[in-house]
Design a protein around this ligand. Structure first.
Ligand code: ZN
Length: 289
C-alpha cells in the first residue's frame, strides 16, 4: 500500500512536478534528443528530479517524452529505445524513493494517424506499448500520456499502456480557441479518454494557467465526478535576445491553483517554462503549507 495512486488521489490532490525540457535546456548538456541525457549525463536528470522532490512534488515524471520508436528513429536512435526508457524510469525512481510516485512520461509519436495521416491505429498502439513496457520495467507507478492533440492517438496510447496494468492519466493541449490543434473540445476529450480507461484526464502545456483553467472548467462541467489533471505552461513564451522567457512567474501560477482545485483537479503541476520554484508555490496552495 506504500504507493497506491487511486488511494492517494482519493485522499487529497497530488502535486506533480514541472518542466523537464526547460530544465535540461538550461543545463547546457548537448544531446541528439533530450532522452539521450538519461544515458550520457544521468546525474543532470537526477538533479532535476531531486529539485522537484525537495520542492514538494508528489509525482515525479520521467525524462521520456519523446522516447517512442518514430521519434527516436528521426535521430537514428531507435536501437536505444529500451535503454533510454529503462534508465528514465530508474533515475526517477531513485530520486523519488519509496514514498513518491513515478510517472512514465509518454508524448505523441509525432506522426499523424489514419485518416489524417498514414499511421494505422494498431501500429500506434504497438508503438505506445513498446515504450510503456520499457518504462514499467524500470519501475514507474503510473503513466502520464500528455500534450496530445488527436483523440485517436490518445486512445491508442491508453490502449498501448494498459498492457502494463498500471494506471494512466491523459492530458491534451488546448489553444486559445479552447480546442486542440485537431479541433478536439475539452468535453469530447473527457468522454473519449474516460471511455479509454484513464483514471484522470485533463489539460497540459498550452498558453498558460488562465486558458488552461477554462478548458478544465469545461471538463468539470462535462463530468463533475471525474478526476482532472492540470499542468499549464508558465504563460506565453517570447524571445529576449537568445533566451526564451515566459509571461507567468511562480507566484502568478500559484494564484490560479485554488481555482483549479475548485474545478475537480486532483493532479496539479506545470509544464514548459516552469521550474522547481513553481512546484514549491503550487505545493504551498495544494498542501496548505
Ligand atoms: Zn509544455
Amino acid at each position: 500500500m506504500a504507493r497506491n495512486l487511486l488511494a492517494a488521489l482519493a485522499e487529497r490532490p497530488l502535486v506533480c512536478d514541472g518542466a523537464m525540457g526547460t530544465m535540461l535546456m538550461a543545463s547546457g548538456v548537448e544531446s541528439r534528443v533530450p532522452e539521450e541525457i538519461n544515458l550520457i549525463s544521468p546525474d543532470v536528470v537526477r538533479k532535476i528530479h531531486l529539485a522537484y522532490v525537495s520542492a514538494g512534488a508528489d509525482v515525479i515524471t520521467t525524462n521520456s517524452f519523446g522516447g517512442n520508436r518514430p521519434k527516436l528513429a528521426k535521430s537514428e536512435m531507435e536501437e536505444l529505445l529500451g535503454q533510454v526508457n529503462l534508465e528514465a524510469a530508474r533515475i526517477a525512481r531513485e530520486a523519488a524513493g519509496d514514498s513518491l510516485f513515478v510517472a512514465g512520461d509518454i508524448g505523441s509519436t509525432g506522426e499523424l494517424l489514419d485518416p489524417l495521416g498514414t499511421l494505422g491505429y494498431d501500429a500506434a498502439v504497438a508503438i505506445f506499448r513498446e515504450q510503456a513496457e520499457a518504462l514499467a520495467e524500470g519501475g514507474v507507478d503510473l503513466f502520464i500520456v500528455e500534450t496530445m492533440f488527436d483523440l485517436n492517438e490518445a486512445r491508442a496510447a491508453l490502449e498501448g499502456v494498459h498492457s502494463t496494468g498500471l494506471p494512466v492519466i491523459c492530458t491534451m493541449t488546448f489553444d486559445t480557441r479552447g480546442r486542440t490543434m485537431m479541433g478536439v473540445s475539452p468535453a469530447q476529450a473527457v468522454e473519449v479518454l474516460r471511455e479509454g480507461g484513464a483514471v484522470a484526464v485533463g489539460a497540459n502545456c498550452g498558453v498558460g494557467p488562465e486558458e488552461t483553467l477554462k478548458s478544465i472548467e469545461q471538463m468539470h462541467q462535462a463530468d463533475p465526478t471525474i478526476w482532472l489533471a492540470a499542468q499549464p505552461n508558465a504563460g506565453v513564451p517570447s524571445m529576449q535576445g537568445d533566451r526564451t522567457v515566459y509571461s507567468i512567474d511562480a507566484e502568478g501560477m500559484a494564484s490560479f491553483v485554488q481555482g483549479f482545485l475548485d474545478q475537480g483537479v486532483r493532479l496539479m503541476g506545470s509544464c514548459c517554462g516552469s521550474s522547481p520554484e513553481f512546484t514549491r508555490a503550487i505545493a504551498r496552495v495544494v498542501k496548505g503549507t
